[in-house]
Design a protein around this ligand. Sequence first.
Ligand SMILES: [Zn+2]
Length: 129
Amino acid sequence: MACFLRSHQFYLINDSQRKIVHNDSHSPARQGSNLSHELSHALLHHCPTPALDDSGHRLWNQTVEDEASWLGGALLISEEAALHIVRNGWFLVQAARYYQVSEEMMRFRLNVTGAQKRIWWGFRAKKSR
Ligand SMILES: [Zn+2]
C-alpha cells in the first residue's frame, strides 16, 4: 500500500482498491477541495509513493501535486462555470457559496481561466462592430 499525503488527508492504493481518507473537521469547502485534489491523483493515474522516507521525512513531488491541484480546481469550477459566473456578474462570495468552494478557490479559478478578461474582451469586440 502506498499513499499521497496532503495536510491530513490520504490517497491510499493497494492492488485492487483506491481509498481517500480525509479530515471531516475541515469546512465543507475545504473538504470539497481536498477530495477533488485526491480524486485528481486517481484520475491522473499518479504512481503512488510512500508519504515518508525511511527516516520519517516527508516525500514530496511538486509536479504531481501541482497537477492534482490544477485538475482538482477544474473539477470544482469548470471553465464554462467560470465564464458563466463572470458573464452573469456574480459576486465572488455569491459564486463561492453557489459552488460550495472557498472564495480563494473561486478567485483562483476565475483568474486561471481568464474568465474576466475573456468576457470583457468579448464584450468590447461586439461593441466595436
Ligand atoms: Zn496531492
